[in-house]
Structures are given as structure tokens and as C-alpha cells.
Design a protein around this ligand. Sequence first.
Ligand code: URA
Ligand code: URA
Length: 201
Amino acid sequence: MMPERGVPLDHRAEAWERLTRAVNQCVKCPLASGRRNVVFGEGDRLSRLLFVGEAPGLEEDEQGIPFVGKAGQLLNRIFEAADIDRKDIFITNVVKCRPPGNRVPSIEEMLACEDFLKAQIALINPSILVCLGMTSTKWILKTGESISRVRGKWFDWKGIKVMPMFHPSFLLRNQSKKKGSPKDLTWMDIQEVRDRWLECR
Ligand code: URA
Ligand code: URA
């Protein structure tokens, strides 16, 4: 039986189409003028599991697809190791256009983009949301706590289970796999996410 969703199924295809058009045409903030492609997000629109990163980087901007650069390749390896198929989840970012030089998006840019992420979350209606890195964690949970303190813990956000994890770019800069290292902790976190996801699939 289909689980209950936020928006009735028969209205959802149309809503996705409207939303995709709105995001692709958006000029609500200055990032619009520098983009090659809007990075809407991709994956299973009915997934119980949603990953939210920060913003597109160079490769993402070129291809219009989230997490395809170096960080994305590491994320793919983490998914594979945990037996998570990328086509069975949805991945997007807080901000849909690339900030110049990959700087952290400004509050104004995140505010301009906020309704798009909210609409995506409402349409997907996931059981589990993983915040990748501090920007996404801060934006969604409105917390000032450091990522090291909150990662691996479950939070409730409007009935959705939220887990912050280290950003894969951070893992690229911290390659140690020793016990207690960011990579080691992320390996535990992704397995926890996978196990919870299997329970609600
Ligand atoms: N980093 C992000 O936060 N998102 C992407 O899509 C790529 C890199
Ligand atoms: N800062 C971030 O934004 N993310 C991390 O995972 C670590 C530090």
C-alpha cells in the first residue's frame, strides 16, 4: 500500500513540473547571472531518504547534476559501500546555483532559494533527511552547534528524522581512517542511516 504523502499522488507530477520550471527560470538572487546550469537535484521523487548538500560546485554547474565532482565521487563510494543505490534516494542542495569560487552561500541567497527546498521536501515527504555538512545542518535545524557535535545524532524536523553528517569535501581534506576520524565516524553514520531507511522502505 502506498504510504501517506504530503501531496496527493495525482497532483504531484504537475507540482514537480511547475517547481522544476520555477527553479530553472529563477532570477531571485545574483547567483542566477553566473550559472551555467541550475542544479535542481535528482533521484527518486518518492524516496523515503533525502540528502541535502550545500550548493553546486564547478562540475555540478557544468552538468546540472548534484554531487558529480570530487566530493560527489567520494559520496558515491560511501553510498556503494553502504549498499545504497543513488537512484533509490533523492539528492539536492540548499542552494540550486553555484556560488562563485565555491564560497558558502550567503543568508540572502539561501533565503531566496528556501521555498524551492521546502517545496521539494513537501513533495518528496521523506522519512529521513541527511544534512551533508554545516551549511545544510545550520539551515535546516537552525543550530549553531558544530558539525562534530551534532553528526550521527537524530533530530526531529517537522516529523522527519534528520541526521547531520560530515560533508564529503571535508572528508577529502581529512583522509585518516583511524578510529574516531571523520571518515570512520561517517562510515558509522551512513550505516545507521541505511539501517533506519531499510526499516521504513
Ligand atoms: N557540494 C555540495 O554541497 N553539493 C554539490 O552538489 C556538490 C558539492
Ligand atoms: N564544515 C562543514 O561545513 N562540513 C563539515 O562536514 C565539516 C566542517
